[in-house]
Design a protein around this ligand. Structure first.
Ligand SMILES: [Zn+2]
Length: 85
């Protein structure tokens, strides 16, 4: 990536493959190995529009039942006010 980080102003980036978490209407999709450029100073990640579009399409396909993800996990969710101890 050329240019500078819009958060910290740093101009140094490195290519990385990261875990991307997308949320929509209470649903969540986790995609591993997503290519991005990462700011070497603050870690802010920048994705190409085509990459985000591909994830968005996949998310819609999974939500509508046209595609099945490689794997699904159950995630426990609770409220802080309910916690004991
Ligand atoms: Zn930065």
């Amino acid at each position: 990536m050329s240019g500078k980080c819009s958060f910290c102003g740093n101009t140094d980036f490195r290519s990385a493959q990261v875990q991307y978490v997308d949320r929509r209407d209470g649903s969540m999709l986790i995609v591993n190995g997503v290519p991005c450029e990462e700011c070497t100073y603050c870690g802010e990640r920048y994705y190409e529009a085509v990459v985000l579009k591909k994830i968005e399409r996949e998310f819609e396909a999974i939500r509508s039942g046209k595609r099945r993800p490689r794997k699904e996990v159950t995630v426990p969710i609770d409220d802080y006010s309910r916690l004991v101890g």
